[in-house]
Ligand binder design. Structure first.
Ligand SMILES: Cc1cc2nc3c(=O)[nH]c(=O)nc-3n(C[C@H](O)[C@H](O)[C@H](O)COP(=O)(O)OP(=O)(O)OC[C@H]3O[C@@H](n4cnc5c(N)ncnc54)[C@H](O)[C@@H]3O)c2cc1C
Length: 447
């Protein structure tokens, strides 16, 4: 056993209380808070450890919201669609195919978008958008502020514990510049991405990983200016083998990990995605990811400038303020999504979202996500939305993207509001009511 010290017990002041307390403000947490407020929860509290809302989608510079359609059908809607609609109104807020072009096999359109990862899938136009992360921070603030006093937001608050009464969660403990304080709630929604609250509460979870999967890797994303992305994208489509086998391999030799440029709403900017096989719940790994990317970044940029069309004048704009975390704990929930769910067609009575098919060769129908993936087996009054939902690592890898997490958060917020209004638990919430409200709020549901 490693060395330990004893921490004396102490009284903790209660900072605030609410009907619904959401911890973490990524795609899941932001959606949960907005949805709870819009669906009639009395008071909602949103807690985030950093100084902005949006999680990976803003602070992590994960600029791509992909995979929102299948064939000609848009399968997202809800709050995720609202992000895109609002961002499209801004100067350089969003770029992507129009809704009308979804499913098109028009060769001109295919050629236009082929070099933009995510927009051409299965030989037709797939709906998605690249969003500007700083403007998205402002839009996400607006969506919260529009709810007025219904939502209280605490930035700079790091949740570090759960307040329990047996197996029922009653609140969370946060640390901030004010010290250690409690926030009490009738329902807590854990949107930390890492199931921190569920773990503090004593709920079970899996952490097994397959290092070959993207969700087992971390990242430190940065943005470049002075690029001609369209030029690069067109070149890459025509020279994919060379790009992949020669240049990506050479850059991996320089940096020690795989990296690749992706689009932004501005043609003269791109973001550099990277995949580093480290674990985001390990402090040494977290440190090493950030420092190793910064150590080799200039050499990698020089390689792009000297070898890749479109990068001659490239320069570093900024480095993502949040370390890129793709996967960690996955809770033990009332339903566990597995690869079998992706490979087959299952209809659930409690479906609250769908994931359009990725692996077309195997399954041509969307995967229905049941509400139960967010309900922990053991803990009461708790929902877990976002990438740590109950799933195997293979299933999670396909279905923890921004839109999937936003949809889970949306459903969790609606469910919390309805459970409180009806005086039931989130475990026993009237799921038909949840589905009706989700439909009214423009969410795509199969039935
Ligand atoms: C480099 C990279 C590239 C990716 N590429 C894509 C892509 O192209 N398209 C796509 O759709 N998805 C992509 N993903 C995946 C996607 O970004 C995430 O799966 C998604 O953002 C998860 O959403 P979330 O709300 O569950 O968690 P997160 O976005 O991780 O948000 C969690 C939030 O909770 C906060 N938080 C965590 N712990 C605490 C705590 N204890 N107290 C208070 N606050 C806390 C965090 O600060 C954060 O704001 C990528 C991920 C990475 C890292």
């Amino acid at each position: 056993m490693s060395k330990v010290i004893m921490e004396p017990s102490r009284q903790i002041p209660i900072l605030d209380e609410a009907d619904v307390v959401v911890i973490g403000s990524g795609p899941a947490g932001h959606s949960a808070a907005v949805a709870a407020a819009r669906s009639g929860a009395g008071k909602v509290i949103l807690v985030e450890r950093y100084n902005h809302l949006g999680g990976m989608a803003t602070g992590g510079f994960v600029l791509l919201v992909p995979h929102l359609s299948f064939g000609g059908t848009i399968m997202s809607g809800g709050l995720q669609q609202e992000w895109i609609d609002r961002m499209e109104k801004l100067n350089y807020g969003a770029v992507g195919p129009t809704k009308e072009s979804v499913g098109s096999v028009d060769p001109e359109l295919i050629q236009k978008w082929a070099g933009y990862w995510g927009f051409v899938l299965n030989d037709n136009i797939n709906y998605g958008a690249y969003l500007d992360p700083d403007q998205l921070k402002v839009v996400l603030d607006e969506m919260i502020n529009e709810q007025g006093e219904k939502i209280t937001t605490y930035l700079h608050g790091w949740a570090v514990g759960a307040v329990m009464d047996g197996d029922a969660i009653k609140g969370v403990i946060i640390e901030s510049k004010e010290g250690r304080q409690a926030i009490m709630g009738k329902v807590v929604i854990d949107c930390t991405g890492d199931a921190d609250i569920c773990a503090f509460a004593g709920g079970g979870f899996d952490e097994d990983r397959d290092k070959s999967l993207r969700s087992a890797s971390m990242a430190a994303v940065y943005r470049l200016g002075g690029v001609d992305f369209k030029h690069f994208a067109d070149w890459k489509v025509k020279n994919f083998k060379e790009w992949y086998e020669v240049h990506m391999a050479n850059m991996a030799k320089i940096t020690g990990f795989k990296m690749s440029p992706h689009a932004t709403p501005r043609n003269d900017q791109c973001w550099i995605n990277n995949w580093i096989p480290k674990y985001c719940l390990n402090i040494k790994d977290l440190t090493s990811v950030d420092m190793s990317v910064r150590k080799t970044m200039y050499e990698a940029i020089d390689y792009l400038k000297e070898n890749i069309p479109g990068f001659k004048d490239a320069f570093l704009i900024d480095i993502a303020p949040q370390t890129g975390t793709r996967g960690s704990r996955r809770i033990h929930g009332m339903y566990k999504l597995t690869k079998d769910d992706l490979d087959n067609t299952y209809a659930h009575e409690d479906t609250i979202s769908v994931v359009p098919p990725f692996n077309f060769g195997v399954c041509q129908t969307p995967t229905e996500i049941p509400y139960r993936v967010m309900v922990p087996v053991k803990i009461e009054n708790l929902l877990v939305a976002g990438r740590s939902f109950s799933s195997s690592h293979e299933a999670n890898d396909w279905s923890n993207l921004i839109p999937h997490c936003a949809n889970l958060g949306h459903a969790a917020g609606v469910a919390a509001a309805i459970a409180i209004k009806d005086g039931t638990s989130v475990r026993d919430v009237n799921i038909q009511k949840v589905q009706t409200v989700l439909k009214d709020q423009n969410t795509y549901l199969p039935r």
